[in-house]
Design a protein around this ligand. Structure first.
Ligand code: CA
Length: 224
């Protein structure tokens, strides 16, 4: 899962990036409305955290432009204290949720998790496929109740697939949703991650769909 964070306060941005990364997300950061708008329009994110008070282009204008362009990525807005009119305008402009400053970053993380789940049609924080369970709150993965240790990239891959259980997911789509912009993608191919995740889980819930990509499958439902 990959997020875009648009926040002009460098300290707050750095702290939020750290906490959100700790929650198992890849993060791209932007410090002004123009650059943030461009990234949100051209890259594929699972959710966007958007401060409303931004240089060059304000957050509300950024959000309106995305929605006009039919970009439906879930957006959490950060509003100023007592800015009730900001919340109303933000929600009216297509924001999915808001957090009021000052906030605990953990609250932003929890709301982002919920937004991503809802966007994927998943109500419960615990996602399962066969004997494999992924808890989006604790970022823990278990097989038959036994914990499995995944690296950050392996977790992102499995989490993206488990949020989209019915879908055939291409390598390009996985690439877009598990790496941030600065990641060295060439030396870390998706195939390698898939192989490692399969091996660590010990059950094959990731099936290769020839020429198209990968799909999550419940081993019990496979006709072998
Ligand atoms: Ca600001």
């Amino acid at each position: 899962m990959r997020l875009l964070l648009i926040e002009d306060d460098p300290d707050l941005s750095r702290q939020m990036k750290m906490v959100l990364e700790g929650g198992g997300y890849s993060i791209d950061v932007s410090f002004d409305g123009e650059d943030g708008h461009f990234l949100g329009e051209t890259e594929n994110y699972d959710a966007i955290v958007l401060d409303l008070g931004l240089p060059i282009m304000d957050g509300l204008s950024v959000l309106k432009k995305w929605r006009e362009a039919k970009i439906m990525t879930p957006v959490l807005i950060l509003t100023a204290r007592d800015g009730w009119s900001d919340k109303v305008s933000g929600l009216d402009a297509g924001a999915d949720d808001y957090v009021t400053k000052p906030f605990k970053i953990e609250e932003v993380l929890a709301r982002v998790r919920a937004l991503i789940r809802r966007a994927a049609g998943q109500a419960s924080p615990e996602l399962s496929c066969g004997t494999v369970t992924l808890n989006t709150n604790s970022s823990k993965v278990t097989v038959d109740g036994m914990p499995v240790r995944l690296t950050a990239q392996e977790y992102k891959l499995l989490s993206y697939m488990m949020h989209h259980p019915e879908k055939i997911i291409s390598r390009t789509e996985l690439t877009e949703h598990i790496y941030d912009q600065d990641f060295d993608r060439d030396s870390n191919t998706i195939e390698v991650f898939v192989t490692r995740v399969r091996k660590k889980l010990g059950v094959n819930i990731i099936s290769t769909v020839r020429g198209l990509g990968y799909q999550l499958v419940n081993p019990k439902e496979q006709n072998i």
